[in-house]
Design a protein around this ligand. Structure first.
Ligand code: CAA
Length: 240
């Protein structure tokens, strides 16, 4: 069955790979982005996937944007809360602004993205909610008190939503990527990145497509009994 999917932060990095994997699976996909108009336009031109601009940290913008997507593409069956940012700093240097920006985007952003879509999923008795968490939500990370808090919070969100949605045909699951070759990881100082790669038994960074395949699996119609789970894809760097 053709499904409609929304992917936040869906025009770059892991999100872009997810948007394309869902499209390849037959979904009509809407990808959101926060600021980079040029990258979004290029993505649409190359893939035919429509892009929509809003700040996931704002409930009003999210609700209005989601209403527009549903008007243009139809009811959303699959939502992938992927948009995320880092504002890394050792805790003694972390500012309240760095804390709040990450909370607003990575944690409140998940609420703002799923909440307006949830009632329609309940009515239609079908939904797939997938939240992109992180290995660093599982194990913590030096200089990421803010980020790790949000990514651990994502796991609490999906476990709770899974229990609420199960009888309405809605599943909620998380994917925890390890270190993936994206702009976010490339922004880490080279020396630190090299030392991180040394801690990955696979001996390399992951590829965005390796995360996208996990999401496509969880998003499919026949994954309905997988609910409240976490798929870790980290090259054996960390086991829960
Ligand atoms: N473990 C232990 N010590 C560490 C460390 C680590 N992982 N990283 C840095 N340090 C140490 C440094 O060696 C340094 O020690 P000394 O003072 O003894 O030399 C100290 O901590 C850092 O001090 P600075 O004052 O230089 O720190 P800074 O204010 O310049 O901040 C930093 C630097 C932000 C911590 C930088 O090193 C950094 O970005 N680290 C990477 C953090 C990280 O891994 N982020 C993950 C991003 S990818 C992601 O988030 C995607 C995902 O989901 C996996």
């Amino acid at each position: 069955m053709a499904r409609t999917a929304l992917v936040t932060g869906g025009s770059r990095g892991i999100g872009a790979a997810i948007s394309q994997a869902l499209q390849a699976q037959g979904c009509t996909v809407a990808a959101t982005y926060a600021g980079n108009d040029e990258a979004a336009a290029k993505f649409t031109e190359e893939t035919g996937i429509k892009t929509y601009k809003w700040n996931v940290g704002s409930y009003e913008e999210s609700a209005a944007g989601i209403a527009k997507v549903e008007e243009e593409l139809g009811p959303i069956d699959i939502v992938v809360a992927n948009a995320g940012i880092t504002r890394d700093a050792p805790f003694h240097k972390m500012t309240p602004e760095q804390w709040q920006q990450v909370i607003d985007t990575n944690l409140t952003g998940v609420f703002n993205t799923v909440h307006p879509i949830w009632p329609g999923m309940r009515e239609r008795k079908f939904g797939r909610v997938i939240v992109i968490s992180s290995i660093n939500g599982q194990k913590g990370q030096f200089a990421q008190v803010n980020y790790a808090a949000t990514k651990a919070g994502d796991l609490g969100i999906v476990k709770s939503l899974a229990q609420e949605g199960a009888r309405a045909g809605i599943t909620a699951n998380a994917v925890c990527p390890g270190y993936i070759a994206t702009e976010m990881v490339m922004a880490v100082p080279e020396k630190v990145r090299e030392s991180i790669i040394g801690q990955i038994p696979a001996g390399r960074l992951g590829e965005p497509e390796e995360i996208a395949r996990c999401v496509a699996f969880l998003a499919s119609d026949d994954s309905g009994f997988i609910n409240g789970s976490t798929i870790s894809a980290n090259g054996a760097q960390f086991f829960v």
